[in-house]
Design a protein around this ligand. Structure first.
Ligand SMILES: Cc1ncc(COP(=O)(O)O)c(C=O)c1O
Length: 451
């Protein structure tokens, strides 16, 4: 366990050996933030194959909200695996799928009849939400936002905003995807309110300049943008957006893949704005690492495509459904939303103190436990400092903290720590992060005084 003074010489010998094999046999396009290999994990701690123990501030990119290897989940997985692992729901159905649909329908926002379907990955769920929205409305166009991330398949890559590493030379892209601005007060040099109003009026402008509203099936939005850099839809923005959608018969689709399941201090981030999406896309922290995702929404929209038009061989796999049911039990029994808010407060306080001390910490933002800092070369020009972010990550990894970046300019450091993290672990993790930031700031000062 880290006490903030340790320094891991990583990759250790076992990781180095595995790296050699990885380089020989694994396609290099599959990136990895850290150059070590996991051996085991528990709660908010991951141990690598050389015995180095890290506090996990990444949660496998927002997947492990309930923490690693919770016995209730492991047991549910083992029990279902011992019964059967696959029949294909499209061939012979099984109860865990139906039970999970019932549970998800009951926790999804909206006081109206709902239905759900399950898929494997986040991107696949986004693809299915688009298919359902198009079928239900008979319209082709989809509106997405600046800084959006929706996945790496053809349609979701098209919907994603960032060129490198997600889109470059992977085109041509899918047609009928239009992009609207997302409120980003820090970079728009506006208040949250001004940014919201600007984005809503730009959307209205798009309806005469880019696409007729009666051709738009859905607006797909992340209530808190994840990979884009943790930009939060300001209060009232989602409601205003929903009103615009209602005016034109456009479906409001929330991509809660990263923001869902208590990450922002509520079960789903849209709840902060009191909005019930027509369709909601879920994945990541619903299965504690088992590949499962879903679309849930208004029954009449979900039922639009006739039998046989949705599904997939592995979609809603029984072992993954069993895991998700056990995970939902834990969300119900233990107040992860409250814990997320506590974590958010502690992390934000620390980040604000870093912002006071270090000019390169340009912005601190967050909603519940989904918190981040944005690094800049200069507070006035806001020129992004991706090098500082990379250096901070490396310094943190060497000190025993799993840490990842985000942002359109790779200059945002984000926290997706498992919400089961203890107070002590959280403090240690933040201590390491602070030490990493301090080290990088000192190195930058030393370099600039030499040159
Ligand atoms: C908001 C959002 N949508 C979609 C995806 C894609 O999910 P997956 O990587 O499971 O395909 C992600 C993954 O990071 C995400 O954060």
């Amino acid at each position: 366990m880290s006490d903030g003074t340790q320094y891991f010489d990583i990759p250790g010998p076992k990781s180095r050996e595995l790296l050699g094999r990885r380089q020989q046999f694994v396609a290099r396009g599959v990136g990895s933030t850290m150059n070590v290999f996991a051996a085991k994990a528990d709660g908010a701690i991951i141990e690598d194959v050389d015995g180095n123990r890290y506090i996990d501030f990444a949660g496998g990119i927002g997947v492990m909200n309930i923490g690693h290897t919770r016995p209730e989940v492991t047991q549910a997985i083992a029990e279902q695996a011992a019964k059967f692992t696959h029949t294909c729901f499209s061939v012979m159905m099984y109860e865990p799928y139906v039970a999970l649909a019932e549970r998800i329908v009951n926790i999804a926002p909206g006081d109206f009849p709902k239905k759900a379907l399950f898929l494997n990955s986040g991107a696949e769920a986004v693809e299915n939400a688009v298919k359902i929205a198009r079928y239900a409305t008979g319209r082709p166009a989809i509106i997405v936002f600046d800084n959006a991330f929706h996945g790496r398949t053809l349609m979701t890559m098209t919907m994603t905003a960032k060129v490198k590493p997600y889109k470059y030379r992977f085109g041509p892209f899918a047609p009928e995807v239009y992009r609207a601005p997302f409120p980003y007060p820090y970079r728009m040099n506006m208040t949250a309110q001004e940014a919201s109003e600007h984005c809503i009026s730009e959307l209205e402008r798009m309806f005469s300049g880019d696409v007729a509203p009666d051709q738009v099936a859905a607006v797909v939005i992340e209530p808190v943008q994840g990979e884009g850099g943790f930009m939060i839809a300001p209060p009232g923005f989602l409601r205003a957006l929903k009103t615009v959608c209602e005016k034109y018969g456009i479906l409001f689709v929330a991509d809660e893949i990263q923001s869902g399941f208590c990450r922002t201090g509520k079960m789903f981030a849209v709840e902060h704005d009191g909005v019930a999406p027509d369709l909601m896309i879920i994945a990541k922290s619903m299965g504690a690492g088992m590949p499962i995702s879903g679309v849930v929404g208004r029954a009449e929209i979900m039922d639009a495509p006739p039998p046989g038009m949705l599904g997939g061989t592995y979609s809603g796999n029984p072992v993954a459904c069993a895991a998700a049911l056990a995970v939902l039990d834990l969300y119900e029994k233990e107040d992860y939303a409250a814990r997320s808010r506590e974590i958010g407060l502690v992390a934000t306080e620390r980040f604000l103190s870093l912002q006071e001390r270090f000019p390169f910490v340009g912005d601190v933002r967050g909603l519940g436990g989904m918190v981040a800092i944005e690094l800049v070369m200069d507070r006035t020009t806001k020129e992004p400092d991706s090098h500082a972010a990379s250096d901070i990550l490396a310094a943190a990894h060497h000190r025993g903290l799993v840490l990842i970046k985000a942002g359109m300019y790779d200059n945002v450091i984000r926290v997706l720590v498992p919400l089961c993290v203890t107070d002590e672990q959280l403090k240690q993790g933040l201590d390491i992060l602070e030490e990493a930031v301090t080290t990088v700031a000192q190195a930058a000062t030393a370099t600039s005084s030499v040159s």
